[in-house]
Design a protein around this ligand. Sequence first.
Ligand SMILES: NC(=O)c1ccc[n+]([C@@H]2O[C@H](COP(=O)([O-])OP(=O)(O)OC[C@H]3O[C@@H](n4cnc5c(N)ncnc54)[C@H](OP(=O)(O)O)[C@@H]3O)[C@@H](O)[C@H]2O)c1
Length: 235
Amino acid sequence: MTDPLMKSLAAGYSALVIGASGGIGSAVARQLEIDSNCRKVVPLSRREDGFDVTDEDSVHRAAEALKEEEFDLIMCATGALTIDGVRPEKSIRQISQAVMMAQFAVNAVGPALIIKYFVPLLAKRKRVIFALLSARVGSISDNALGGWISYRSSKAALNQIVKTAAIEVFRSNPSSLIVTVHPGTVSTSLSEPLSSGHARSEPDEAANRILHMLDGLEPGDTGKFYAYDGTSILW
Ligand SMILES: NC(=O)c1ccc[n+]([C@@H]2O[C@H](COP(=O)([O-])OP(=O)(O)OC[C@H]3O[C@@H](n4cnc5c(N)ncnc54)[C@H](OP(=O)(O)O)[C@@H]3O)[C@@H](O)[C@H]2O)c1
């Protein structure tokens, strides 16, 4: 038998991957499926299940359908950089109300709704991990280049949403870890049009590194923003 990937979770743990149709989400689901410690992986996605993070009823219905389940690990891998063919802004002159609202709906409000409806599905009184994919460009401190104002600010909002939720959930379960993760630049359809000249990792390699990093977190690490290699990113 191979060495388990997620050693820190209970034996025979159960996982939910939200956004399992995406480049990183599908790789996370594949990695968990071959983890000898994992009993069950439930995939959820817009493409396969009609699950839309921009529609609160849709998020609510998806959680209701799973209400008999209990998860030790939830990975939210939804998100968008280009929406309806509109690429991220290069200048403040390109700011559009509709585009910015759409970015916030997918990257910030959507994950907040996912937290609202899926936190109750986390196992109680034991180590649980709820990880949501953010992006390093959402770090305000680390912003040296400018540009991409809607995507950056929607991810910064996501980081605050996750930090706030983590504090609340920690009160009822001090073994809970709710964190945002920068996956690195990964070879997916999201990064494809905008990453020329940048090294990109393969999705399975990125997913394996992210899960390995999450496995090593301590309970006090909840509410933080991590890169795939375990370094903590400044807000
Ligand atoms: N790839 C990178 O280099 C990189 C770098 C930094 C951060 N990230 C972050 O990592 C996450 C995953 O990115 P990825 O590269 O795997 O992108 P991807 O391959 O484009 O996957 C995006 C996922 O989000 C889902 N999604 C988008 N809008 C949705 C909506 N309204 N409702 C429900 N699901 C929705 C997609 O669902 P369907 O396909 O089913 O429609 C898909 O499962 C994103 O949050 C992204 O910001 C990625």
